[in-house]
Ligand binder design. Structure first.
Ligand SMILES: Nc1ncnc2c1ncn2[C@@H]1O[C@H](COP(=O)(O)OP(=O)(O)OP(=O)(O)O)[C@@H](O)[C@H]1O
Length: 311
């Protein structure tokens, strides 16, 4: 079952097309990494999925509900969201924030719920400081705990690693993986920091200028970014034909500069095949495709936000 499907999802703010005809699917049990540069439309998409912004066109279907598109109070109550400011009451303690939310949702045992969630995100239930004294990272963790009140089936997290130090980042990552594995929570996480997403996400969607430019699984990503051999031949066409015969299990791609990129065969095998087929080699090297570079390509290069429309 797909927990989220968007069909032609579009949002226009005056002249700015923030999200442009987006068709995206997130399946039950996914940890979906939603990647894009600043201003590419991640938050706007997540707000529409959470019911916090109204689409200009298109629709969001939640929990495979074709009749109402899941856009019912019951549908939205199955979502926990951490989008932009986490809605924290700064003059209360973290525990009281959680108790207040649990009571507002009509939950009994609100204190127990609060203690369990604080434990899950690594905050101390006996910390009596008000939240205004918390660091950004602690506030983020509390934001996650608040999103989890009511045991949502779908968690929407917009840049949850922002402002976290490496230890807090690790704790957040582990908490997310645990929620997914042990409680079956489907998670959509947006980020422009690939490093963290790469370690948790099972599927990725890349957004550039409001458009979804690619969707792929973690395995596909690692296949595409795995190691390969770059070889430049004196007679490329004839050489390619001979190499294809010698290495039937390998795949070959021509680079714009005429070199061949071989995947599925190690450097020594490529070298031996060239030698025995009498192919003259000008250059031969092992190469890794950098995951970060690959994403930057899909996100539309390194430049910043192209237009500076005010929010
Ligand atoms: N309320 C608004 N009014 C006008 N323009 C907006 C509004 N919200 C967002 N935008 C514009 O829509 C575009 C997409 O913004 P959005 O916040 O969705 O991007 P993002 O990918 O989440 O960026 P970031 O990583 O910086 O949070 C941007 O150009 C932004 O300036």
């Amino acid at each position: 079952m797909n927990v989220i499907e968007t069909h032609g999802l579009t949002k226009r703010y005056r002249r700015k097309l923030a999200v442009d005809n987006l068709d995206m699917t997130v399946a039950a049990g996914d940890i979906y990494g939603f990647v894009g540069k600043n201003g590419s439309g991640k938050s706007t998409t997540m707000k529409m999925v959470a019911g916090l912004a109204r689409p200009t066109a298109g629709e969001v279907v939640l929990f495979g509900d074709p009749e109402h598109g899941g856009a019912t109070p019951q549908g939205f109550s199955r979502i926990g969201a951490l989008i932009e400011s986490p809605g924290v009451l700064a003059s209360l303690t973290a525990r009281d924030n959680l108790v207040a939310k649990a009571l507002a949702l009509g939950m009994t045992h609100a204190g127990q719920v609060a203690d369990d969630l604080l434990g899950l995100v690594g905050l101390d239930p006996r910390d009596h400081r008000r939240v205004k004294a918390y660091s950004l990272g602690m506030k983020q963790r509390l934001g996650l705990a608040l999103a989890l009140v009511g045991s949502p089936d779908l968690l929407l997290l917009d840049e949850p690693f922002n402002g976290l130090d490496p230890e807090a980042t690790r704790a957040m990552r582990l908490a997310l993986v645990r929620l997914n594995h042990e409680h079956g929570v489907t998670i959509m996480i947006s980020s422009h920091v690939l490093d963290q997403l790469d370690r948790v996400a099972k599927r990725f969607g890349v957004i550039a200028d409001g458009r979804l430019t690619a969707e792929f699984t973690d395995e596909e990503l690692h296949e595409r970014c795995g190691s390969s051999v770059r070889v430049r031949l004196a007679a490329p066409e004839r050489g390619l034909a001979l190499l294809e015969q010698a290495l039937p299990q390998a795949t070959f791609r021509a680079e714009p500069d005429g070199a061949l990129v071989v995947t599925g065969a190690a450097l020594d095998k490529v070298s031996a095949a060239c030698f025995s087929a009498g192919i003259e080699v000008r250059e031969l090297a092992q190469q890794e495709r950098d995951i970060e570079e690959y994403f930057v390509e899909l996100m539309g290069g390194m430049d910043g936000e192209k237009d500076g429309d005010a929010r």
